[in-house]
Ligand binder design. Structure first.
Ligand SMILES: [Zn+2]
Ligand SMILES: [Zn+2]
Length: 452
């Protein structure tokens, strides 16, 4: 595991959570590769395994069991599967095939998938459930993450920029959401999407090799470099999304070439009228259709979860859909929703506070529920999780004061702070190098090689 507040001087080994306690998985199937040769270490006892072998690892009666055709092995503590030669090379679909594994936890696209995991696998018991950790050198992790997030068709400059951002975020090591389970990060959008070598490409291997050990720095610290799919034309500030403190390298800034950005130097999207106008317009942003046509996005976005426009989008939610979503996700006793009012916006136009004005069950007095973060606003309004909270809501098909339909216009996808993946793609397609892309999205930062 990584050490908090320490900048490593050699490449660290990290622990990625693959099966978490909430997944409810008590048995998985594994297929070993022909090469390298693996061995199982069950509570310290070593058994050699055969190449190509299929095995099952399960949890039952307080113990982990490894079934492989041999006499069954079991462990009360942990089962490690490790390569006999620990200097293994990494390649697309190398390592152990594992199924099932969860993807998209808690989202409407949650599903089980199979993944190829390189290096070492560690099965443990946590609160009477089986967990699985993928332990691997940090550089193997970042090359896998770069293509889990975007497709291998992306230009090298984008893959390099994304790899440096992912490496920096991991090493800044601020969140540590899963530390109590011995994990630096998990494999999902909660941290960074990691699907082992399943979608690894020669391009992402190259992207990690050519940026080996390089991170973004601010002062003496590694940058907590966040990123999202599309900022919508204006980058959000770190503190608007994660209140508490400001980071001078994640600030409100137009995601545009300088000449275009000039036009918006007096624009303040925290103001309601400006935000409404912005969301209704199509500025010439790096992430907008002028620099990257939406019809071409598909080939770059990797295994995306939904077909949609990202820069500007429109959805309609019926009164029934919205009340059902609020009942489920905000636990509101709601009979009818009257209006949705953004109360406070961040510098990208994202609503950070939103009032839901509604009639509770069996009452004719209106009540107000306040959602207080961009994440909560996206989570509670729709079963399909709004792409972003930079929204303008139009009430339609009113019967009396109760709307039948809420038309929602939106901008961007994700929190919008830091690197905008589609904008970075737009810049890379216009031949901007990784250094320039990173300087654009993380102003005031600098690059440094911390190990080689
Ligand atoms: Zn996580
Ligand atoms: Zn953008």
């Amino acid at each position: 595991m990584l050490t908090a507040d320490a900048i490593p001087t050699t490449e660290p080994v990290i622990d990625v959570g693959i099966i978490l306690p909430g997944d409810g998985l008590s048995s998985v199937e594994l297929t070993l590769p022909e090469s390298p040769a693996y061995r199982a270490v069950c509570d310290g006892r070593i058994s050699e395994l055969k190449g190509g072998q299929r095995i099952t690892i399960s949890y039952d009666h307080g113990r982990l069991h490894l079934e492989s055709g041999l006499p069954e092995l079991s462990a009360a503590g942990e089962i490690r599967l490790e390569a006999r030669d620990n200097n293994t090379a990494i390649a697309p679909q190398s390592g152990i095939r594992v199924a099932p594994v969860m993807a998209g936890r808690g989202f409407h696209w949650q599903k089980t998938i199979e993944v190829y995991l390189p290096d070492t696998l560690i099965f443990r018991i946590h609160e009477e459930q089986m967990i699985l950790i993928s332990e691997l050198p940090l550089e193997h992790y970042v090359m896998c993450v770069a293509t889990s997030e975007m497709s291998a068709a992306c230009p090298p400059a984008l893959i390099e920029a994304q790899t440096i951002a992912a490496r920096s975020w991991l090493l800044a090591n601020v969140e540590q959401k899963h530390k109590n389970m011995g994990m630096d990060v998990c494999n999902d959008d909660c941290c960074q999407r990691y699907q082992g070598t399943s979608f690894l490409s020669p391009q992402s291997i190259q992207g990690a090799l050519s940026t080996y050990g390089r991170v973004l720095m601010y002062g003496e610290a590694i940058c907590d470099a966040r990123y999202s799919k599309s900022c919508g034309g204006m980058m959000e500030s770190f503190d608007a999304v994660w209140p508490g403190y400001k980071l001078p390298y994640m600030v409100v800034k137009p995601d545009m070439p300088d000449a275009e950005a000039e036009k918006y130097k007096n624009t303040d999207l925290r103001k309601e009228a400006a935000a409404r106008e912005w969301i209704g317009s199509t500025p010439d942003s790096w992430c907008g259709p002028r620099h990257i046509p939406e019809s071409e996005l598909k080939k770059y976005l990797g295994s995306v979860d939904q077909d949609a426009a990202y820069f500007r989008w429109k959805i309609e939610l019926s009164q029934a859909e919205i009340t059902a979503a609020l009942r489920k996700h905000a636990r509101l006793n709601v009979r009818a929703v009257l209006s949705l009012l953004p109360e406070k916006r961040g510098g990208s136009g994202r609503a950070m506070e939103l009032s839901v004005v509604y009639y509770p069950d069996e009452s004719h007095k209106t009540a107000v529920y306040k959602a207080t973060s961009e994440y909560e606003i996206r989570r509670i309004l729709s079963d399909r999780f709004l792409y972003s909270s930079a929204i303008v809501v139009k009430l339609k098909e009113l019967s009396g004061e109760i709307p039948g339909v809420f038309e929602i216009l939106g901008a961007g996808w994700g929190h919008g702070a830091g690197l905008c993946q589609i904008g970075a793609l737009g810049m890379a397609l216009h031949n901007k190098p990784a250094e320039e892309i990173l300087a654009h999205y993380y102003p005031n930062s600098y690059l440094k090689k911390i190990y080689d």
